[in-house]
Write a protein that binds this ligand. Structure first.
Ligand code: NAD
Ligand code: DAU
Length: 360
């Protein structure tokens, strides 16, 4: 039975990945979710999974070498899927240091612990050992408005402290591959959207603000472009790279779905209006008057766009969820999980750990 160590599994993509994997493989795999439960880690995201026999949660910080080493000593880990990170660009502009600690040092600790557990005396690794580092298209910097794509060969040019820290962690993974023949892959993915995303990110923030009649803040001219991918498609890509990726290779993940931020906001407003019953009082204020242009993000990358040619031709992965379908599913989810949003915005979700596991 394959055992996966997933870091950051209580976050947005990590929790969707764990659900995807347990839905797909059931009892034939084991997943150990290692998460420090920062402001972004929410065990309520996995409430339906908590009792499954193949799932176990361990609260630990990836920068804590002893704790991570002990987990590798106690469990026979086959695969590591490394999501844990500080993930929000605006926070990195305000407080870069924690991004270096978690994203760079934390990745170094994970790599070191996995290598120590896996490397044989002759410098080889048993069949099936694999470390997948989940990274971002932001490491490639910014594209011109009128063309070009990010390929695996595009030189790194990060601009924000977040993307610089992710670029550094990618470089560490590449260094482990080159120096120790460490069996790793990197996936560089575009912007994800879907259920359980923390409402500091554009799509859930706009949905939540609109539903509550609050202003919809648009940075700069609103014409920055992001390449949106439904989160389950990302989960599937990670699974397929783990199964079929060539050791040491990088794969870009994206779905050719570029949209300007202002377009996203108009789409959300349209879908919300369509979904709200005629009698719902929120109809009175959910309209374009809420849109408010605010000061631009510092160092704001203009455009991201992934070329997913390699993952398609080598691995056979393609996105399955069209944006029109994915955004409707996402809005529907936030509509039917107002209690989740309430817990997240009030901070109440942070009590969930103690309810489940007792005092930390
Ligand atoms: P998130 O912020 O929702 O979740 C991060 C998780 O990591 C949380 O559960 C948090 O508690 C945990 N964590 C943070 N610091 C930790 C530490 N020191 N030790 C242990 N756990 C810690 O992030 P996300 O949006 O789900 O992103 C997950 C990964 O995917 C990140 O590595 C991010 O760079 C990458 N990524 C995200 C996107 C996106 O659009 N969100 C796109 C491409 C790549
Ligand atoms: O591209 C992948 C990256 O996507 C991931 O690596 C990051 O972890 C993830 O946070 C995301 O980064 P972005 O900075 O692109 O996402 P965010 O949702 O913060 O912003 C999306 C765009 O919307 C960006 O151009 C900034 C803009 N924006 C964002 C917010 C929060 C606004 O105009 N107003 C807002 O209030």
């Amino acid at each position: 039975m394959k055992t996966y160590l997933v870091t950051g599994g209580a976050g947005f993509i990590g929790s969707n990945y764990i659900r995807y994997m347990l839905d797909r493989y059931g009892d034939s795999i084991r997943i150990i979710n290692v998460d420090a439960l920062t402001y972004a880690g929410n065990l309520e995201n996995l409430a339906d999974i908590e009792k499954l026999p193949g799932y176990r949660f361990i609260r630990a910080n990836i920068t804590d070498r002893d704790a991570i080493t002990a987990i590798f000593a106690e469990h026979d880990i086959d695969c590591v899927v490394h999501f844990a990170a500080e993930s929000h660009v605006d926070r990195s502009i305000k407080n870069p240091e924690i991004f270096v600690q978690t994203n760079v040092l934390g990745t170094a600790v994970m790599l070191n612990a996995a290598r120590a557990a896996w490397e044989d005396r002759d410098g080889t690794y048993a069949e099936g050992k694999r470390f997948l580092h989940v990274s971002t298209d932001e490491v490639y910097g910014s594209l011109e408005e009128d063309g070009g794509y990010f390929y695996e060969t595009t030189p790194y040019a990060p601009h924000s402290p977040y993307s610089a820290s992710k670029a550094s962690s990618d470089m560490l993974v590449k260094a482990y591959v080159d120096t120790y023949h460490f069996p790793a892959n990197i996936t560089n993915c575009s912007n994800n959207y879907g259920p359980y995303q923390f409402p500091e990110k554009l799509i859930p923030l706009i949905i939540n603000n609109a539903l509550n009649g609050r202003k919809l803040p648009v940075y700069g001219d609103g014409k920055n472009v992001r390449d949106w991918l439904y989160v389950t498609d990302h989960a599937k890509a990670i699974d397929m790279v783990m199964e079929k990726g060539r050791p040491g290779e990088t794969y870009n993940v994206g779905g050719h779905n570029e949209k300007q931020n202002i377009e996203i906001i108009h789409i959300i407003l349209d879908v919300l209006r369509e979904k709200l019953p005629g009698s719902d009082p929120r109809r009175a204020y959910i309209n374009e008057d809420l849109i408010t242009y605010v000061e631009d993000r510092k160092g704001h990358d203009r455009r991201y766009a992934i070329a997913p040619d390699k993952i398609k031709s080598e691995i056979g992965w393609e996105p399955e969820t069209m944006f029109e379908e994915g955004i409707r599913k996402t809005i529907e989810w936030y509509f039917t999980h107002e209690d989740w949003m309430e817990h997240v915005t009030s901070g109440a979700y942070q009590n969930y750990y103690e309810t489940m596991y007792g005092p930390a």
